[in-house]
Ligand binder design. Structure first.
Ligand code: DC
Length: 225
């Protein structure tokens, strides 16, 4: 069967990465977490004390380093040059600053180019904010996942607890709202649903229910029903 491209977009903590990973594994497709790339640039900027407001400086930094993924049997690792940054890019300092970095047009241009190279041959599930609108506008399947802020904060809260990280629920909620606001109102490629994307509200749905809903969309789009 022809290998297609699947774009999954949506706001922070809407479950994109979790379901994108499962789908990619089930379909034997490549999985590309574009948020991890913006996080990797943010990590680089913080480590090198680069001003997060300075787009050209961030771009210069990006030109000097490479961001790559390595597939493992138990998940995907993210590398900046030879350094494994998988854990580091999920820390609070990176999470709180990444929206600022992702708002720079010149940073986006470079990362979109890289993402398009990764997705060029199809057989890919890519998740982010602008995949259906900008990175893979011709993707055969486009999904836009949403969920209430409460539910997203709850998911993040439980995830943190399972990792032994103590966080305040209200603070998490405020951070998610803040990132939504920055991601949705930035000038370049803001978070918007592509016209031809299928919107799925995952509030109250389990992970497997969301995966099933997306599989139903894939079957319908490919005329497999
Ligand atoms: O999905 P995430 O939380 O790991 O994304 C981190 C940040 O990167 C988020 O603030 C939005 C931004 N991002 C983006 O602007 N475009 C993408 N394609 C992916 C993520």
């Amino acid at each position: 069967m022809k290998k297609i491209s699947i774009a999954i977009d949506g706001p922070a903590s809407s479950g994109k990465s979790t379901v994108a990973k499962i789908l990619a594994e089930k379909m034997n497709y490549i999985y590309c977490d574009t948020g991890a790339m913006y996080r990797a640039v943010t990590y680089l900027a913080i480590s090198s004390k680069t001003n997060l407001e300075d787009g050209p400086a961030l771009c210069a930094l990006l030109s000097k380093h490479s961001i790559s993924f390595k597939q493992q049997s138990d998940g995907q690792l993210v590398f900046v040059d030879e350094e494994d940054v998988t854990e580091a890019i999920r820390q609070q300092d990176v999470t709180n600053s990444v929206s600022i970095v992702a708002a720079h047009g010149e940073v986006r241009e470079k990362l979109v180019e890289l993402q398009q190279t990764i997705g060029k041959k199809g057989g890919i599930v890519m998740d982010g904010r602008d995949i259906g609108t900008t990175v893979l506008p011709d993707a055969e399947v486009k999904i836009f996942l949403v969920a209430s802020v409460e539910e997203r904060a709850e998911r993040r809260y439980k995830e943190n607890i399972s990792k032994g990280i103590e966080t305040d629920f209200e603070t998490l909620k405020k951070e998610i709202e803040r990132r939504d606001r920055i991601d949705s109102t930035r000038e370049v490629s803001p978070l918007v649903q592509a016209e031809d994307a299928v919107r799925i509200d995952t509030t109250g749905m389990s992970i497997s229910e969301v995966v099933e809903a997306i599989e139903a969309v894939i079957s319908e789009k490919l005329g497999l029903d």
